[in-house]
Design a protein around this ligand. Structure first.
Ligand code: DQA
Length: 142
């Protein structure tokens, strides 16, 4: 089983960026944790991070026919991107949405997610563990 983990803008700044909200661990650390978890679960995992909406759309389209499940933290594009929503709908790959922080208890504008309209599940506020829960959900349901 092949899972693609997509992270949106500013998540490459994990560890530096607002550590009180997103923690002190780095993006590289996040990838290591996910890699180790996927090895245990016999999942082939690949990663993509971009600060550019169109690049994320391109990556989702490129996953068509190649990837069994997507874990996506669209970051700020969660709240704005119809293009990412449409790309996920277009490819029809089972997707789990992840947010490190609890988007429902922060600013009002973070409560709305376009990606939630297509995601099989949304996990928010579980820190890095949320990505592992998303992998588990895809393993159990695909
Ligand atoms: C985030 C929450 C978003 O509102 C924010 O724009 C992010 C990260 C999270 O992981 O908690 O960049 O998706």
């Amino acid at each position: 089983m092949k899972i693609l983990v997509i992270n949106g803008p500013n998540l490459n700044m994990l560890g530096i960026r607002e550590p009180d909200i997103y923690g002190k661990d780095t993006y590289a650390g996040l990838l290591n944790i996910i890699k180790a978890h996927c090895e245990k679960k016999n999942v082939e995992v690949s990663f993509f991070q971009s600060n550019h909406e169109g690049a994320i759309v391109d990556e989702i389209q490129a996953a068509y026919g190649k990837i069994d499940g997507i874990v996506i933290n669209p970051a700020a594009y969660t709240h704005t991107s119809v293009a990412i929503l449409d790309a996920l709908k277009a490819v029809g790959i089972p997707t789990v949405e992840v947010h490190i922080s609890d988007i429902n208890t922060r600013e009002e504008f973070r409560k709305h997610s376009y990606v939630s309209l297509v995601a099989k599940k949304t996990i928010a506020g579980h820190g890095f563990v949320g990505y592992l829960e998303a992998v588990d959900y895809l393993v159990e349901t695909i």
